[in-house]
Design a protein around this ligand. Structure first.
Ligand SMILES: *[C@@H]1O[C@H](CO)[C@@H](O)[C@H](O)[C@H]1NC(C)=O
Ligand SMILES: *[C@@H]1O[C@H](CO)[C@@H](O)[C@H](O)[C@H]1NC(C)=O
Ligand SMILES: *[C@@H]1O[C@H](CO)[C@@H](O)[C@H](O)[C@H]1NC(C)=O
Ligand SMILES: *[C@@H]1O[C@H](CO)[C@@H](O)[C@H](O)[C@H]1NC(C)=O
Length: 290
């Protein structure tokens, strides 16, 4: 009986530990997923903290901040008590910073400033190589860099009944979302065409047109998936005559032709009525007979 109780207690304990482990893992994952994406030109801090059983003897270890972009890169090196810039990749020269006085307590955070678009999608990790033990991989992350899009401009073309939304200077490729107000919005009615152009400076330009027939208001949202930011513009569609300029021209021509026909007919009738009578002018202007 007593043995049974001990078994139960052991099972309970291991179950409890498992749940605790899972929760701790989840918390860690949330914490590591919390690293914010960077913005071009700004500084970026990558928090990396390693719990140590005893302070590190910084004079005897090497620490490598390294990663993978298109190729293997060395971002920063600390070895035998000081920073060593000999092997640092060219693209990171003068842009990195660590906190040497905090290394012994396990704070391996790295700062990069300024960020460039070439840093986008860089995989980073810290390698801790203590002199006497095998090296350890710590704190892996991916760095994403955004450039913010300018507020979009909307231009309305009333002849073609289209709205054109354009913006530039952003990175990476954005998502364009139109929203329409007024009129009946049936699916497929407001056909949208979007072109995204890659510019020489590494940013994207966007031009998107939408059919706006029957609408009162249009909004164009440009969403940057890396900065998680949306820039948008809204524009009223000016009221327009129910008939298009083409139809108006045709109607004016028809009216002019009808008037000419009436004048001509009136002239002929006048001539016939006068017939054999005294020769009088058939004046269309006054229409009076003396
Ligand atoms: C880094 O900064 C130093 C001193 O300011 C300068 O001499 C060196 O040219 C810079 N290196 C790069 C790659 O910008
Ligand atoms: C690590 O050092 C940086 C720079 O001093 C500091 O901002 C950060 O709070 C430190 N992190 C921890 C976990 O102590
Ligand atoms: C960071 O950028 C990546 C790639 O664009 C994106 O998938 C992720 O959602 C972004 N994270 C945040 C917090 O916005
Ligand atoms: C993006 O921002 C919105 C609020 O503006 C937030 O609710 C959402 O969680 C963010 N997405 C990511 C991936 O961080």
């Amino acid at each position: 009986m007593k043995q049974h109780k001990v078994k139960m207690a052991k099972r309970f304990l291991s179950g409890f530990l498992l749940v605790f482990y899972c929760i701790a893992n989840m918390v860690l994952q949330v914490l590591s997923a919390n690293i914010v994406n960077g913005t071009r030109g700004a500084s970026w801090i990558w928090p990396c903290h390693h719990t140590l059983s005893e302070p590190l003897q910084t004079g005897e270890i090497s620490i490598y901040w390294q990663g993978q972009n298109n190729s293997h890169i060395v971002v920063h090196v600390y070895t035998k008590g000081k920073e060593d810039f000999k092997y640092q990749s060219q693209t990171f020269k003068n842009r990195t910073k660590i906190f040497p006085d905090q290394l012994s307590s396990g704070n391996f955070s790295l700062a990069i400033e300024p960020l460039t678009l070439r840093d986008d999608q860089t995989f980073l990790e810290v390698i801790l190589a203590p002199g006497n033990r095998p090296s350890e991989k710590l704190c892996q992350t991916s760095l994403y860099v955004a450039a913010l899009f300018q507020k979009p401009q909307i231009e309305i073309n009333q002849t073609e009944m289209t709205a054109a939304c354009s913006t530039k200077g952003g990175y990476p490729k954005p998502e364009i979302r139109w929203s329409f107000e007024g009129g009946v919005s049936r699916v497929g009615q407001h056909e949208v065409q979007t072109t995204v152009t890659y510019e020489e400076d590494g940013t994207y330009s966007v031009h998107s047109t939408a059919n706006i027939t029957g609408l009162q208001k249009v909004t164009c949202d440009v969403y940057n998936p890396t900065s998680n930011q949306t820039v948008s513009s809204t524009k009223d569609v000016p009221p327009h005559s129910p008939v298009s300029p083409g139809i108006t021209a045709v109607i004016i021509i028809i009216i002019v032709v009808v008037i000419i026909i009436i004048i001509f007919a009136a002239y002929r009738i006048c001539k016939q009525v006068q017939g054999d009578g005294p020769d009088q002018e058939c004046s269309l202007g006054s229409g009076t007979h003396p």
